[in-house]
Design a protein around this ligand. Structure first.
Ligand code: LRH
Ligand code: MN
Length: 393
């Protein structure tokens, strides 16, 4: 196929126009590794400043209208006021993340702990998160468990699953009828022998046991190297149980680098499965979120770049000639079928997206426009004193 300049037709305009990507509040705070957490001039000191920075990403990309909060990192006295602040900045509150990985009580487990009192504490933490959902208008509770063991024999794998199922049911019970719960899996870390929700199958089994409003979160950094993530996407979509993505990228482990930076082809393959299953539509119920840490790069431009990477992968996936692909696949034309996909992947969509932004009244080049806005200098000058936000580990 000869390289042609893709046209922003009605189908693309609609699909790209209604795409939204949710941003993690914690990406705007300081983060790092066990070796070092670097501070940055202007880093937010509270959730209000985090949301103001997230709103910048939406202002320059037009597709990031929600901010996901993390409890207790984003605790405030008045969550309704925080939601009002978000609205004033043109965004809304998205998923509420619980935190079971920083409390001493959870050293040997939280929802899986052998001690019923510890499990009740962990369930109560989710009741607190559900109250935050009610106060902010959020409809989604996002749960990731660090729970696991470091040595064989340390605890009963089976008993922990039974305790987990019971605890999750107690949390699910607390949800309002219009609330959803999404359960995230991760194959290791901080536990190094077994993890209680290590893979999509385990998360799916617990979600099926809980009910219709429990779905799986797929964090792209939470798989063993070599895992075919788009296969998992296709399978979860077939079950109607893909609730959300935590997009990021990695070269080795849970590196939490910018989505599409380490492996743009993988992000494209994932979005191809989304488009092929017609799951890009907002009604599909799949929440596309970023879950990243900008340890050394500026955080707001890092989020803008990441949103653009997801948008570019989506535009390329929308350019796949579905008819030609289907025909080649049915004909067993291996190279033909592969070629159809690669033609879309190798298509430069930056011009098409620039046109879309211009039509939306946005600057066609968000990174350049944000840099020219002087916002980073403004916050560096204004945010002096206080404690910069971080993971507070
Ligand atoms: C766990 C995780 C989870 C969040 C945390 C910030 O690794 O991906 O989604 O709670 O990062
Ligand atoms: Mn995650």
């Amino acid at each position: 196929m000869t390289a042609t300049t893709p046209v922003l037709d009605a189908r693309l305009r609609k699909a790209l126009g209604e795409q939204t990507i949710e941003l993690p509040s914690w990406a705007f705070g300081n983060s790092g590794t066990r070796f070092k957490v670097f501070g940055t001039p202007g880093t937010p000191r509270d959730p209000y400043e985090k949301i103001a920075d997230a709103a910048q990403v939406h202002a320059f990309t037009g597709i990031a209208p929600r901010v996901s909060l993390h409890v207790p990192w984003d605790l405030v006295d008045d969550f309704a006021d925080l939601a009002r602040h978000a609205k004033e900045h043109g965004v809304s509150i998205g998923m509420i993340n619980s935190n079971l990985f920083q409390d001493d009580a959870y050293k040997l487990g939280s929802l899986t702990h052998a001690d019923p009192a510890v499990r009740r504490k962990a369930v109560a933490h989710h009741v607190q998160c559900i109250d935050v959902m009610r106060a902010t208008g959020s409809k989604e509770l996002k749960i990731w468990l660090p729970d696991g063991t470091n040595y064989p024999g340390q605890d009963s794998i089976r008993a922990r699953q039974d305790r987990l199922a019971e605890s999750l049911a107690a949390v699910y019970e607390e949800l309002d009828d219009d609330h959803r719960m999404v359960l995230e899996y991760k194959f290791f870390e901080p536990a190094f022998y077994h993890t209680d929700v290590p893979d999509w199958g385990t998360s799916l089994l617990h979600c099926l046991a809980l009910g219709e409003r429990a779905k799986v979160v797929l964090d792209t950094g939470h798989h063993a190297p070599g895992t075919n993530i788009e296969f998992i996407v296709a399978q979860l979509l077939r079950q109607g149980r893909l609730g959300a993505f935590d997009f990021n990228s990695r070269f080795y482990a849970d590196d939490d680098l910018m989505a599409g930076a380490a492996d743009p082809f993988q992000l494209f393959r994932i979005m191809h499965e989304i488009v092929e299953a017609d799951a890009l539509r907002p009604e599909s119920g799949v929440n596309f979120m970023l879950d990243q840490c900008h340890n050394i790069e500026d955080k707001i431009p890092g989020q803008i770049r990441s949103v653009m990477n997801v948008q570019e992968a989506t535009a390329k996936a929308l350019l796949v000639d579905a008819e030609a692909l289907d025909a080649a696949q049915r004909a067993g034309d291996v190279l033909g079928a592969h070629g159809v996909l690669m033609d879309a992947y190798n298509t430069d969509v930056r011009g098409l997206l620039a046109d879309l932004r211009t039509e939306q009244g946005l600057d066609p080049a968000p990174m350049r426009a944000f840099a020219a806005s002087g916002y980073l200098d403004k916050i560096a000058a204004a945010r002096v004193g206080g404690t910069q936000a971080g993971w507070g580990a």
